[in-house]
Write a protein that binds this ligand. Structure first.
Ligand code: P6P
Length: 342
């Protein structure tokens, strides 16, 4: 859909075209001659789910959906009421889309096959429905992260192997950032584009075309409180950042920290620690989708030694150390990891 924004009378000659998310998805599909429209339909359904979650997140302070749900997820993390709501909304939208044959979520112990009575859907979707949700109660930005793969299995219900694919095999990935405004940023491996939700028309509108990560930056983003638990290489890199006079910015919501890194440059990292050698962040539905976006935008994403997207998953909820952002900064980090941690 192409929307013509009619300016106030004083700027009558200032009509300019707004490209909606749906229009952009359709235009991107036209660049793929073999495209059948199924992925486009799936992306539009995710965009719908994002609008609904955004509506619920933005009223969290007003109605009793903030706070803990008095349960724990598969990782033993406290589940927030909005986590459950966002998870259920995404599953419902994906179930109704008809283009998804299975989902895996941070909030679900195992994957869930989705049966379509009328067709053999070819995509599986992995997502973190509401990342950083512990920040909801203090009104700090939170996010939804999603990754889309083609199923490997040929017929019947999807299998675990459909989800345990390398990040390089993602066909699309993105996130929704519920911040001062709600943004959806996605890639189908044709670059990275950002859309801002205009609540007055209920549309995500192209606001950040062709996002490019600056090759270097002066912002590092890490939970420095864990410094003494980090490997020597990560400690050496933090010391390097301080010696260089870089700024430290850490929101504690991965989507918000990575979004800032995408736009302004810098490096976001969550290393392994003495008590959690694989770190805290999940490979399949946090690190892989965000790594694809960072690489598509010209940045770099690594576990300190290897490309995140090349890691071979063995478990649905497995964790990985992660360092992502400006290419030159990740290169500096990898040099110090090689020198101190090899
Ligand atoms: P820490 C939020 O809980 C999250 O999963 C990510 O969004 C964020 O980057 C990280 O954990 C923050 O973890 O240990 O620094 O509080």
């Amino acid at each position: 859909m192409i929307i013509f924004y009619i300016c106030p009378a004083k700027d009558l000659n200032m009509q300019h075209k707004i490209i909606s998310l749906d229009e952009h998805i359709i235009q991107s599909q036209r660049n793929l001659p073999y495209a059948t429209g199924e992925l486009s339909s799936l992306l539009r359904d995710i965009g719908l789910a994002a609008k609904i979650v955004s509506r619920e997140v933005n009223k969290a302070g007003l109605v009793d959906i903030a706070g803990k749900a008095e349960t724990e997820n598969s990782s033993g993390d406290d589940v927030q009421k909005l986590d459950v709501l966002a998870n259920d909304l995404l599953i419902s939208c994906l179930r109704n889309s008809g283009e998804c044959c299975g989902i895996a979520s941070e909030e679900e112990d195992s994957y869930k096959p989705i049966k379509n009575s009328y067709k053999q859907a070819k995509y599986v979707v992995l997502f973190d429905p509401l990342d950083g949700s512990s920040n909801i109660d203090v009104n700090v930005s939170i996010g939804t992260i999603f990754a889309i793969y083609r199923r490997n299995s040929f017929q019947g219900d999807c299998t675990l192997d459909d989800f345990l694919q390398k990040g390089t095999d993602q066909v699309a990935a993105g996130y929704v950032l519920y911040g001062s405004s709600t943004m959806l940023v996605y890639t189908t491996k044709q670059g990275v584009n950002g859309f801002t939700l205009d609540p007055s028309i209920g549309e995500f509108c192209l606001s950040h075309p062709n996002i490019q990560v600056p090759k270097t930056g002066k912002v590092y983003s890490v939970n420095q409180a864990n410094y003494n638990k980090y490997p020597k290489g990560s400690q050496a890199y933090i010391n390097h950042c301080m010696e260089q006079g870089y700024t430290m910015r850490y929101i504690g919501s991965m989507v918000a920290d990575v979004h800032r890194t995408l736009i302004k440059g810098g490096i976001f990292f969550y290393p392994g620690t003495t008590n959690k050698p694989n770190g805290k962040l999940r490979l399949l539905y946090e690190c892989n989708p965000l790594a694809l976006l960072v690489e598509e935008a010209g940045g770099k994403a690594s576990n300190g030694q290897e490309r995140i997207l090349e890691l071979s998953p063995t478990e649905l909820h497995q964790r990985t150390p992660v360092f992502m952002g400006s290419e030159e900064m990740v290169n500096d980090l990898e040099r110090l990891v090689k020198e101190f941690d090899a």
